[in-house]
Design a protein around this ligand. Structure first.
Ligand code: ADP
Ligand code: MG
Length: 618
């Protein structure tokens, strides 16, 4: 056949980087290269099946779709053969010479972020094809594209810097045959029992038959099509690991089948780990879409709402047209329907866990609450069901224990029209702050919210069971009579009016308004947010994160306690001892800001306190 010399090509720089990391890693599970190569063989075969469904011209269209593994103990080689789509010359260069594909890119990023500790990273990403170089001194890829116009090619590399491509010297069947020439120290992989156990371990759910010599290793099974009662717990877990390439266990799963309004067979898993929390970037949707066992898209956008991107698993609908393309999927009304039905079911599943198994729900909440909260803020259709799943600490829970909004309302007083919440760094900060006392005095429960996202949750949810969600540091709350009326006479109305005018004049633009309030019990004064949509604490937090650029500058409101002895003293003295009273009111204002966590620079306040102390010691 052809006598052309092999063409030499250099690996793209990043590719070589991936190769070096993989080759030099001490990663103990070297055996995963088998899983990766079989998974590629399966992907390529899946693609071929798809093309045939779309009735494209395919070279050797009647081949059995099977994956064959063989080995030669003496020669220390392992061969993996598929009847998939194969590759032409450009595809060989693009797919095996560069890392345009997602897995290896994400891998490099994770390695860069995680420093040299890449043991787990290799396990997580698999890094696909290149993992072969963990055990191989040379890899040969014989491949022939499905396209009738292409001919057979041979790609060879030793993993160091370059690879070659040449026409294959013999006539090739369609698909790809990869020969791994093992390094001496890894010769044990070229053994029957070893290969069998590895394939069994990792490839049980591959949707094509795998043979090793004469033996069929796997029984192809789409467990999502079987009835719930027939599938063992262990199988669900194994399938999860296979399907999502995961190393954790699922926390829970939902196996759901229906015929109407649309045919669905699905298994949706909740993982244990939340990779977004581990700083691995945004999770891609990973619930694969099938039609009668044929994979349509392993990462379909729009099959489930964005916030459900933490879920793993498969959805199979025999109602979908087999030749649906990725593009037309997006605006398919069938897919929209699947989305509706599955999301509703999934939320119901979570609600049932929340009811029956508090501990399990706590684990789900701890790992994935941020997605459920995102859902409340962004998914109007399922907002109520999502809101039911929210959990917070509150002034009525013990530290660390959480309450639902429903439980809050069960405890609420009959005439209570609002649900109160307070934003703060943590429980201690909120309890030590000035806002809670008015609610305590009236036996009103307040939810404690700690995460910036909660502020958005509250603003988007706005009400729950027809009760408004209200930040407890708002200025114009009508809290009603306190259970224990604060002691002491209150200032007369006209005296209060003059006093607040005077204070406003002294504090100037630093406050939007000064007013008397009967919500205060022990403190002389309180600073409140003048912004309906964002608490003062939230603003402060955003400032500290450098995100205040676009925040509207709205002054805070100072409320004073007309029963407090100090306020009463000022009321009778400011006309005659203006200067002294001004210093005192300045100090009260700073104290209130400090209690609210809003005092940025204490320098002036400290100087003032020294002055006051000096006076007191005279
Ligand atoms: P990934 O599978 O995540 O895309 P890999 O490193 O495993 O990354 O594979 C890189 C690419 O090489 C695949 O996307 C595919 O295009 C191509 N490839 C690998 N193995 C085969 C094969 N057996 N048949 C056809 N194409 C393959
Ligand atoms: Mg792969």
């Amino acid at each position: 056949m052809s006598t052309a010399a092999p063409e030499k090509h250099a690996f793209q720089a990043e590719t070589q980087q991936v190769l070096d990391i993989v080759i030099n890693s001490l990663y103990t599970d070297k055996e995963i290269f088998i899983r990766e190569l079989i998974s590629n063989a399966s992907d390529a075969t899946e693609k071929l099946r798809h093309l045939q469904l779309k009735e494209e011209a395919v070279f050797q269209a009647d081949q059995e779709l099977e994956i064959e593994v063989s080995f030669e103990e003496e020669a220390k080689t392992i061969t993996i053969r598929d009847r998939g789509i194969g590759m032409n010359r450009d595809e060989l260069m693009e797919n095996l010479g560069t890392i345009a594909h997602s897995g290896s890119k994400a891998f490099l990023k994770a390695v860069a972020e995680g420093g040299t500790k890449n043991e787990n990273v290799i396990g997580q990403f698999g890094v696909g094809f290149y993992s072969a170089f963990m055990v191989a001194k040379r890899v040969e890829v014989f491949t022939r594209s499905y396209s009738p116009d292409e001919s057979g090619l041979l790609w060879v590399s030793e993993g160091a810097g370059e690879y070659t491509i040449e026409p294959a010297s013999e006539e090739l069947d369609r698909g790809t045959k990869i020969i791994i020439h093992l390094k001496d120290e890894f010769e044990e992989f070229a053994k029957d029992w070893k290969l069998k156990s590895i394939i069994k371990k990792y490839s049980a759910f591959v949707q094509f038959p795998i043979s090793l010599g004469d033996e069929k290793i796997n029984t192809v099974q789409a467990i999502w099509l079987r009835s719930k009662s027939e599938v063992k717990e262990e199988e669900y877990k194994e399938f999860y690991k296979f399907q999502s390439n995961a190393f954790d266990e699922p926390l829970t799963w939902m196996h759901f089948s229906a015929d109407a309004p649309i045919a669905i067979n699905s298994i949706l898993y909740v993982p244990t780990e939340n990779p977004e929390r581990l700083g691995m970037g945004r999770t891609e949707p990973a619930v694969a879409l099938h039609c009668r066992k044929v994979l349509i898209d392993s990462k379909p956008d729009g099959l489930l709402p964005e916030w459900m991107r933490f879920a793993k698993g498969v959805v199979d609908s025999s109602d979908l047209p087999l030749n649906i393309s990725r593009e037309s999927m997006q605006d398919s009304s069938l897919v929209a329907k699947l989305n509706q039905v599955l999301t509703k079911r999934f939320l119901k599943h979570l609600a049932e866990i929340a009811k029956k198994d508090e501990d399990l729900y706590k684990k789900i909440w701890d790992a994935f609450s941020v997605f459920l909260k995102e859902g409340v803020a962004t998914d109007f259709t399922h907002r109520d069901a999502l809101a039911k799943l929210l959990r917070y600490e509150s002034s009525s829970t013990e530290p660390g224990k959480l309450t639902s909004l429903d439980a809050y309302l069960d405890r609420a007083q009959e005439e209570q029209k609002e649900i109160y919440f307070l934003f703060g760094q943590n429980r201690e900060a909120i309890e030590a702050g000035p806002y809670l006392e008015a609610f305590k005095a009236r036996d009103l429960e307040v939810l404690f919210v700690y995460e910036p996202i909660d502020e958005y949750v509250m603003n988007h949810l706005r009400e729950y069971q027809e009760k408004k969600l209200v930040s407890a540091d708002q200025d114009d709350l009508e809290l009603g009579e306190a259970k224990d009326q604060p002691e002491g006479e209150s200032l007369a109305e006209d005296v209060s009016k003059n006093l607040t005018d005077w204070i406003k004049e002294k504090l100037g633009d630093r406050v939007k308004e000064v007013k008397v309030s009967d919500r205060l019990v022990d403190s002389p004064a309180l600073v409140l947010s003048g912004d309906k949509f964002m608490s003062a604490q939230m603003k402060q937090m955003m400032k500290s994160m450098g995100q205040d650029a676009n925040l509207p500058e709205e002054g805070s409101i100072l409320q004073i306690n007309p029963r407090h002895p100090l306020i009463k003293k000022i009321a009778v003295s400011y006309a005659t001892r203006g200067e002294e009273m001004e210093t005192i009111i300045e100090q009260i204002f700073d104290n209130a800001r400090m209690a609210a966590g809003l005092l940025e620079d204490p320098k002036d306040m400290i100087a003032r306190i020294y002055k006051l102390l000096e006076k007191a010691s005279e």
